[in-house]
Design a protein around this ligand. Structure first.
Ligand code: LIP
Length: 276
């Protein structure tokens, strides 16, 4: 078994390769080739090609590991490590040429499921800014070689809240209700469109709190470790694991403050039934 720092180095190298590939393809122009969970949830050929590239590079570096990716990448391993991959997080930004998208790659031990996994290494790479965020368990979080630290706690009314919205219209209506109640109480809200970069922003002190629902494992695995290794906390709501029913990230005191505020506004009401 490699050390976690070696897994981080593999994630970093491959995230950079795939991100530079995606950015080069973007310069030639891209278009949506289909939609997934709803008409607004698009996919491009570059998402698929980048994921295939990442799968091949990971398999050649670590042949016994499992794979789980947004565009269908899936393989069972026998090493106890699974790579959780978002080849292009922020696909809608990518489609429109908004330079705010990322490749996110995490190594997890145990079942590759939020609440059951242990995230041990991760990298999130934004090719548009040439920013590479990395972490490994117990080794701290870095932006390139600079150590990261979450921002100190502030009052609710001084907090910048990063968030995002679901692809499902009914889930969006629930999210809009919370925004309606929360917006007058905070400094402001940012919806930047890339969950992994929202998490790395929190790790870098570029916001006070991140809260989003309906996330998939590949949206948050790497960023989640980067936040906790930067001294932050990541939590679910109402005793549930951080994941698709909700994920709050920030300084531990801010997570506590926001989780209670969201719960008091009914923002933790279950969105998914067990069959969904
Ligand atoms: C998207 C995110 C976005 C979030 C969406 C979705 P994709 O990932 O990063 O910020 O709000 O729900 O998960 O689909 O671009 O990989």
């Amino acid at each position: 078994m490699s050390g976690y720092h070696e897994l981080r180095d593999i994630a970093a190298r491959i995230a950079r390769t795939a991100g530079d590939f995606a950015a080069a393809e973007r310069r030639n122009g891209v278009h949506a080739i289909g939609s997934k969970s709803s008409i607004v949830d698009v996919v491009t050929q570059v998402d698929r090609d980048a994921e295939a590239m990442i799968g091949e590079l990971l398999t050649s570096a670590r042949p016994g590991d499992g794979l789980l990716g947004e565009e269908g990448l899936s393989a069972e391993g026998n090493s106890g490590v699974t790579w959780v991959v978002d080849p292009i997080d922020g696909t809608v930004n990518f489609l429109y040429g908004i330079p705010h998208y990322a490749v996110s790659i995490a190594a997890v031990e145990g079942p590759p499921e939020p609440g059951k996994w242990t995230i041990v290494a991760g990298a999130v790479y934004n090719p548009s800014l040439n920013e590479l965020f990395t972490a490994h368990r117990g080794g701290g979080a870095h932006l390139d070689s600079t150590p990261l630290r979450v921002s100190d706690p502030v009052a609710l009314e001084e907090s910048l809240w990063l968030t995002g919205f679901a692809y499902s219209a009914s889930h969006r209506s629930v999210q809009a209700q919370l925004v309606l109640q929360m917006l007058p109480k905070v400094r402001d809200i940012r919806r930047m469109g890339t969950a992994s970069l929202d998490l790395t922003a929190i790790a870098a002190g570029r916001g006070n709190i991140y809260f989003e629902r309906t996330l998939s494992p590949w949206d948050h695995a790497a960023g989640e470790l980067i936040v906790t290794e930067a001294g932050g906390a990541v939590s679910g709501l109402a005793g549930r694991p951080a994941g698709r029913e909700g994920l709050v990230a920030g300084h531990p005191d801010m997570v506590e403050l926001f989780a209670r505020a969201i719960e008091s506004m009914g923002g933790d009401k279950e969105l998914y039934t067990s069959s969904q």
